[in-house]
Design a protein around this ligand. Sequence first.
Ligand code: NOJ
Ligand code: CA
Length: 700
Amino acid sequence: MKKLILALTFISVSFLSGESIKSPSGALTLKFFMTPSGQPGYSLTHGEQPVTGKSVLGVLFNDGPGFHTGLKLISADTSTHYEEWNPVWGEVKTIVNHYRELRVKLEQTKDKPAYCFITFRVFDDGIGFRYEFPVQDNLQYFTVKDELTTFNLSGNHKAFWIPGDFDSNEYPYKTTRLSDIDASGGSDFFEISTKSIVGKNVVQTPLMLKTEEGLYINIFEAALKDYPAMNVSVNKDNYELRAVLVPDAVGNKAYLQTPCSTPWRTIIVSDKAEEILSSKLILNLNEPSIIKETDWIKPQKYIGIWWEMHVGKASWNYSDVRNVKLAGFDWSKVQPNGKHGATTERTKYYIDFAAKHGFAGVLVEGWNVGWEDWFGNWKEDVFDFVTPYPDFNVKGLSEYAKAKGVKLIMHHETSASATNYERWIDSAFRFMNYYGYDAVKTGYVGRIIPRGEHHDGQWMVRHYVRVAEKAAAHKIMLNAHEPVRPTGLHRTYPNWLACEAARGNEFNAWSRGNPPEHETILPFTRLMGGPMDYTPGIFQIKMDYYTPGSKFQVHTTLAKQLALYITMYSPLQMAADIPENYDRFPDAFQFIKDVAVDWDDTKILAAEPGDYIVIARKTKGKDEWFIGAITDENSREITVDLSFLGKGAPYNAEIYKDGEDASWDDNPMSYKVEKAVYKTGDKITFRMAKGGGAAVRFSR
Ligand code: NOJ
Ligand code: CA
């Protein structure tokens, strides 16, 4: 089903300068203006409330005047666009893309005359705008020195932020007023492998804000494909945010060739926190799928030889030798360390477990040679992605998995040597096709090669996209760890199921971890751009179970780990704990077995960043609903209305909740499973422990 109505209206320039356009319902008003010095700008209001005051725009070039001052407004066109489209997978079956557009043409007359466009799209829940550079005689190749985009905020808002960093987004969030941001402390996070902190006043996007009046504002970008990622600097005198682009190895920001455009800069705004989470603005600003036949793309749950390495029970490396030169290395001469996780036997055990409990995939990390010295040496030829360790029988296992109806998921840790990965990728993907693997988890731990580049710079942004395109050509689904954070590109590349690109559950295994509020903030920040492979489902919560005396733990109750399958949307969800732990708690494990990963509908029932989230989702093609509810470090009770349930016969509910005495720190594994009956319009109350949560399945 596709409906498209496009209406074009041309407005004369004299009218427009200083004039405004409204969103389809009139909820938002965007004003465009030119300053007396010829710089373009905009302001945005939500009803009567200012979102941004006068905010100037522009792009500076290295090799020409660029487009920032001395510009002439040549024309301004408006149009209205309405469309409904169906994502290949997602939180809802149908997405409405409805906006009014304003496209201004600006001319630079200083040097050789050149022009650009700024296109604004005004939706009811926010705006997107970008700079567009058509093909023209005087503008073909150019280097971006800086982008002067600003967001001139109306006050000293509450901000949920992580430090501006060119390489890592694996920080816990801080919540402060804009004036109290101090982003220089990132160096305390020794557990983050590669950091490039920008400075005291620079934070990352997505940046979540809340005004004194209760307006929620999210600042981010969409469709980042051929450009560096955008951080923002905060001016504490006037609360103006300004774009800070990730530089390349020689300090430039982007190399562009016309026709081209920047990513969309986005402002999502609502007086309801729930509407920030249900916004589809970022997806709508991305291009439709380039993949025509999509039946091979399968949302799924998976298990993996993975957590046992993170908790120190097993190793990725086969031996403890410290210097491996891959070419010609004789693995038969090497003494195994006796801890290697990815053995044929252990993999068979996982395949059996997946087959028994209905998991589609089994990830195996540490299957390939090179893990002995993979990290810390800034080594280029670290893995070849096609040579298994001697104790991993790739052929036998692929046959075994096939016979059991399970797919093995490939792991490609690149150790951030992107040049090496690009040299091997064709062979690696052919190897996967040959052995029947249809999904890959990539990883970028370490300092980037090409040396001097950053994880979030233009070179790497292009690399991640190349990998997604190549994977699509090989019918391979992709899950990238440590890439730039996603910006809705999964609309264009629906084989790109998920990314990590934030501080995942794994940090709880071996560091101070993630505070209980972490998962109540991530949906308002990192998840705005796309699904996260957060790896929920840890049942053995305290790490002293594995390492006596360890103080590390997941900052959660067991019931909250179940709720995360609903509150942290992803079409790819891991049951991250080791199978032996699921065998200890079969009644709680039942929820992970039952929970869906693809949805017809989603209702954000209650949400407040940093405090709580309650979401209901309807399974795709089935009369079945799930609810996930989570809280931060405070216990709380939340009552929600079940009027979204279908009419008619009542639903049987299986309720997974915190035990009376549960609490994330003292008694995290206390939970209860109850059965009840509910019908549409009933109310359900969740009492959540400190750091706790609840999960429900409704079926009939
Ligand atoms: C970091 C990834 O996030 C994690 O999932 C993986 O196990 C390790 N790198 C090793 O590749
Ligand atoms: Ca990681």
